[in-house]
Structure formats: structure tokens, C-alpha cells
Design a protein around this ligand. Structure first.
Ligand SMILES: [Zn+2]
Ligand SMILES: [Zn+2]
Length: 275
């Protein structure tokens, strides 16, 4: 029986979207859960984390590690709606990189959850909440003993990519990054994803959209396939979908990407990978 599970609770980028044209790929923003043994590791707190929080409080309690790629709104907007924060049996550790352009993770939470942006403050939380800061490039050790490598990403105000090995599988979470035109990024990012079994990668744009969006900090799915090939990646999951890409548009991207790099997947909200 599979012991470990990766689940997409939100795969959309920039802004949540809803409606009948978004039902198959989903409209919640970035949130990915890695459940290994009895441990819970979460990447980003976009609107998708609301559903994950409900699942956690009904089915599991205990320690949760939550890693932020960065603090853009689509990656933090679900935080006030994360049910474990309101349960005293839970302890949550929030991990985020330090930068001159970013506040510490506790200051981010205090600055975001307060009037006039939000009616209540983190004082309403009942869980035990810990904060851990690090620098992009550091190797982190989780309370479970698992090690995580990190690398800086090319994105306005920066972002951080993660690599973790669980159950013999290397999983990389690399979102909000602008690959260069030749799809050959900084060596630190190349090293981070080299040989990964699963790479979850920012692939917000099509090649047609890319030229007018240079400097916005995102990549095209075609660049993603080239990068995955060059870094000897197993399965590439295209992620951080554009809010304008409805199910019909995503079907075309999925078909085109699979043709260019067979086996490439488009992340769908609710999709689970067991291993
Ligand atoms: Zn984003
Ligand atoms: Zn961003």
C-alpha cells in the first residue's frame, strides 16, 4: 500500500477563479500537500489551503509544516481560512525565506491579517504557531528529520524553490519563476531539480503570451518541457495556471505538452499521486 501522497489542493496562479468553465482543472490558487508517513508538509497557502485545512481538522491532528515560496497574494490568501489555526491540538510551523524585500513570516501574517484588509488578526488563532526563517540556498531539516534543499527563483521580489526526497522519490516544487529565453536557468535552480522524479513547475503562459509578459516572473509550458528535459526530470507537472485559461484552453495545453514531451501532466485541483 502506498505510504506517501502528493495532492494538489490548488493549481491556479494569480487569482482564484470559478464557474462552469473551470471545473475540471480547478480555480483555487497554489497549495500542494505532501503527506509522508504520519507527517504533513504543505507548499503555499493559496485559496486551495481552505479545503486542505478542513480535511486536516476532521481526519488528522498534530504537527504541520507550511513552506512559502513567497508572499504574493495568490500564495497566502487562504491563510485566514486554514482551519487548523483555530484548533488548540494543532501545532503549525511556518517556514519562509528571508530577504531584504520580504518581512519575516510572522510580520507578513500580522501585516496581512488586520483591518482594513481583514476583520480579525492572528490573535484569533488557537493553535501553537512557530516561525522559521532561512535563506534561499539553505538546506532545511524538518522536525520529522526530512531534509529539504532550497534555491532562489527569478521572480519580482524573489521566490524560493524546494526539493525533498521521500520514499525514494525526489519531488520539487518550483513556482513563480521566469525561465530565461533559452530555458537554461541559473545553475542553482538547475541543480535543485536535476534528476527529480516529480517536478511541479510554474508554466503560466503559452509561448504566444510570453513576449508581452516578460518581467512578470513566470514561464511558458514549452519552456518547462525544455527545462525538464535538460535537467533529466521524470514527470513534469505544469502548475500556476493562468486565470484566463479555462478547461478548454487547459485541454489544449495538456495535449500539446504531452506531444512535445510525452508524459507531461497538467496539475488538476484534487489530483492525488500516491507512491
Ligand atoms: Zn503566484
Ligand atoms: Zn508571485
Amino acid at each position: 500500500m502506498a505510504k506517501h501522497q502528493l495532492k494538489f489542493w490548488g493549481a491556479r496562479g494569480s487569482l482564484p477563479c470559478s464557474g462552469p468553465q473551470y471545473v475540471r482543472y480547478g480555480g483555487s490558487t497554489c497549495c500542494v500537500e505532501l503527506r509522508y508517513d504520519e507527517h504533513t508538509l504543505i507548499f503555499d497557502a493559496g485559496s486551495g489551503i481552505r479545503g486542505l485545512g478542513e480535511d486536516l481538522v476532521h481526519n488528522r491532528t498534530g504537527h504541520i509544516d507550511l513552506m512559502f515560496s513567497h508572499y504574493h497574494f495568490d500564495h497566502i490568501c487562504g491563510l485566514p481560512f486554514f482551519a487548523p489555526f483555530y484548533h488548540p491540538q494543532t501545532d503549525v510551523c511556518l517556514w519562509a525565506g528571508q530577504s531584504n524585500e520580504w518581512p519575516g513570516v510572522a510580520d507578513m501574517l500580522d501585516g496581512f491579517m488586520k483591518p482594513p484588509f481583514f476583520p480579525i488578526t492572528p490573535a484569533a488563532f488557537n493553535a501553537q504557531i512557530g516561525f522559521r526563517s532561512f535563506h534561499a540556498g539553505d538546506e532545511l531539516t524538518l522536525p520529522s528529520g526530512a531534509k529539504i534543499q532550497t534555491a532562489p527563483l527569478d521572480h519580482p521580489q524573489g521566490s524560493i524553490g524546494y526539493r525533498i526526497e521521500i520514499g525514494g522519490k525526489i519531488i520539487c516544487y518550483v513556482t513563480d519563476t521566469e525561465l530565461p529565453e533559452n530555458s537554461k536557468p541559473d545553475p542553482s535552480l538547475f541543480d535543485l531539480v536535476q534528476g527529480a522524479d516529480i517536478l511541479i513547475l510554474d508554466a503560466m503562459f503559452t509561448d504566444d503570451e510570453l513576449p508581452s509578459c516578460r518581467g512578470w516572473g513566470h514561464s511558458s509550458w514549452r519552456q518547462g518541457t525544455e527545462f525538464a528535459d535538460a535537467a533529466n526530470v521524470g514527470t513534469l507537472y505544469l502548475f500556476h495556471h493562468h486565470p484566463l485559461h479555462d478547461d478548454t484552453a487547459m485541454d489544449k495545453i495538456a495535449a500539446d505538452a504531452d506531444k512535445l514531451r510525452p508524459g507531461t501532466k497538467v496539475a488538476r485541483e484534487g489530483e492525488t499521486i500516491s507512491f
